[in-house]
Ligand binder design. Structure first.
Ligand code: G6P
Length: 609
């Protein structure tokens, strides 16, 4: 992953770079660094381990200023988070920042060692700066040196490069990792996303794969992968800086959990009315094309993948449409057979996840009929590259552990289930029933959030545990998976989810009084079966933490603790039952004192495969 910012201007750009890095911290926070071409044309660098605020402090202590520079926030791939592995990397008269992975770095490193290079870091990046520097020594021309270097690189990457002796020159490269150019007032900027530059630029150029941009404060010249000069469209962004801060909450994650009632309402607004789905909510031509769709293929990663798993149950049981789902990193590397007219659906909070994007890019060659993304970030790569986009209106999600993005994805997916199902199993009566459930959903979520004090009591009993099991059946199985993922992401407790029926095929061997077992148990056809599975846990002295409907009957026995959720309709149950699991993970993490919003080793947007 990693985040890149750079600028060429006629004013000091140090603060702009640091501010940009802060907005890119969702891409990684293992180390941060900046390199400025100073007024006397020297390269000056500051690097720190950890978050951007450490870099800010360092710059306060050792000030830096200049008109041209590059900066980077790192999510470590090759080499531990350390100052020497932090970007920018330098060699000779060149400094460089990199996002992505150089797959052939071992070969290049070996060759460079043989020609006398010494390596300061363990990164794959360092081979790039050595290669550019070698070429630069011969040509004294940064553009051609970078162009020559990228010919030898394999992998996906974005680069920002500056040179000693020229404080009005920056080279940017995009190949497989996102990079935008912001057109400012008498200046140009680069960044991994538009958000990093909001306030400094309104107009942006999205570089295309293979592009190399030659940038000064006055102008931008772009060359494509074949070295031909090309023109790229200038887009005016509609995005606005929208960071209302943390408000009354202790963490962004808590704020985002509590925002869910409001953002679900926002996601539904203008899309349902009078008990019906409004036909135009998927964009031009979608309604017509949906008539002929016979199958759905979903591809996503992480939490978004869990949303897709729930949707598979909905597509098949409610809409009567076959639905396949696969994690993007697997999907993209195996052959597929598409027989029927299939809608290819990607789900993503960020819209930039490298594997999901690569899967989308491969989809038309494989033979999928149409593409649609369910995404939270307007103008993101997935939105730009899909035929249709159904935006979740969750607003910016800052906490690395995804919460409101997940429940809004599920809500958006239900809209898609209706839209496609109308041409299959969903009749008028069913459509009205689902829409009515969606209309009351925000209020029901608000009600579950009131259970927080009870959930804190549950959480206290997890904080000294090292493992936990999560159980569910049917569409609650992916909900259990999401609950386990939340717990491991932020509390570092090892948690696994199982379909409750699988318990006896292995995981039951782990059950003892040190293994809390969480079950999501709404009142549905599978409740009695689930209860039998829970008894198997009780009989082995396991401790059960159950979330169940108000009226569900559970025998009061030792080791069983229940939190009651108001009676709800089965269709929206996965959305409602997710919320207490988010709160459980959140409070366990708070009790354990972990970094809830930026858990160790993770990043919010995964732009490397
Ligand atoms: C990372 C994030 C997860 C997210 C996943 C997929 O792992 O930490 O929260 O679910 O990426 O991201 P996407 O933006 O595609 O939903």
């Amino acid at each position: 992953m990693c985040g890149i910012v750079g600028a060429v201007s006629q004013r000091d750009i140090t603060n702009i770079l640091v501010k940009g890095l802060q907005r890119l911290e969702y891409r990684g926070y293992d180390s941060a660094g900046v390199c400025i071409v100073t007024d006397n044309d020297e390269l000056e660098r500051r690097r720190t381990v950890g978050k951007v605020k450490n870099l800010e402090k360092l710059i306060e202590a050792q000030p830096l200023s200049g008109f041209c520079g590059i900066a980077h926030t790192r999510w470590a791939t090759h080499g531990v988070p350390s100052e020497t592995n932090a970007h920018p990397h330098m060699c000779g008269d060149v400094a460089l920042v990199h996002n992505g992975i150089i797959e052939n770095y071992e070969v290049l490193r070996k060759q460079q060692l043989e020609t006398g290079h010494q390596f300061d870091s363990d990164t794959d990046t360092e081979v790039i700066v050595h290669a550019v520097s070698d070429a630069y020594k011969k040509t004294n021309d940064l553009l051609t040196s970078v162009q020559k270097t990228v010919e030898s690189l394999e992998g996906a990457y974005a680069l920002g490069v500056v040179e000693k002796g020229n404080n009005d020159h920056l080279i940017a490269v995009r190949k497989g990792s996102p990079l935008v150019i912001g057109i400012g007032n008498n200046e140009h900027l680069i960044a991994s996303d538009v958000f990093a530059l909001l306030g400094e630029a309104e107009h942006f150029i999205y570089l295309e794969d293979g592009d190399v941009a030659d940038i000064t404060h006055k102008g931008v010249t772009i060359y494509d992968a074949k070295g031909r000069q090309v023109k790229r469209k200038i887009n005016k962004t509609k995005l606005q800086v929208n960071d209302a801060g943390i408000g009354e909450y202790d963490h962004y994650m808590q704020k985002e959990i509590f925002e869910q009632a409001a953002v679900l309402k926002q996601t539904l607004e203008g899309r349902i009315a009078n008990g019906r789905l409004l036909s135009d909510c998927f964009g031009k031509g979608a309604e017509e094309a949906f008539r002929s769709i016979e199958e759905v293929q979903i591809v996503a990663c992480g939490t978004s993948f869990h949303a897709g798993l729930v949707a598979k149950y909905w597509f098949e049981s409610v809409a009567g449409l076959p639905c396949h789902i696969e994690v993007a990193s697997e999907f993209r590397y195996r052959p597929h057979i598409v027989i029927r007219k299939t809608l290819f659906v990607t789900i993503s909070q960020s819209g930039e996840t490298a594997d999901t994007l690569a899967a989308l890019q491969a989809s038309s060659d494989i033979g999928y009929a149409h593409t649609l993304t369910i995404c939270n970030v307007p103008e993101s790569s997935l939105v730009r590259e899909s035929e249709w986009a159904l935006m979740t209106k969750a607003g910016p999600e800052i906490g690395v552990a995804s919460t409101k993005a997940f429940t809004t994805q599920l809500t958006a997916l239900l809209l898609l289930v209706i839209a496609l199902g109308k041409h299959h199993k969903i009749d008028d009566k069913k459509e009205i029933e689902i829409v009515r459930q969606l209309e009351v959903l925000p209020e029901q979520v608000a009600e579950v959030l009131r259970l927080e004090p009870d959930i804190i009591e549950f959480a206290k009993q997890f904080s000294n545990k090292h493992h936990a099991l999560f159980l569910g059946r049917g569409e609650q199985y992916p909900v259990a998976m999401e609950g386990a993922l939340k717990l491991k992401e932020i509390s570092y407790i090892h948690a696994e989810a199982y379909p409750a029926g699988e318990l006896k095929h292995g995981p039951l061997a782990l059950v003892d009084d040190q293994m809390p077992v969480v079950a999501v148990a709404p009142n549905n056809d599978l409740l009695e079966k689930l209860k039998s599975n829970l008894q198997e846990v009780q009989a082995r002295g396991g401790e059960l933490f159950v979330f169940a409907d108000t009226h569900a009957i559970f025998e009061e026995v030792k080791g069983l603790k229940i939190i009651r959720v108001s009676e709800i309709n089965e269709i929206v149950a996965p959305i409602i039952y997710t919320v207490p699991l988010q709160l459980l993970a959140y409070h366990v993490a708070v009790i354990k004192g972990t970094d809830v919003d930026q858990p160790r080793n993770l990043a919010k947007s995964v732009t490397v495969e």
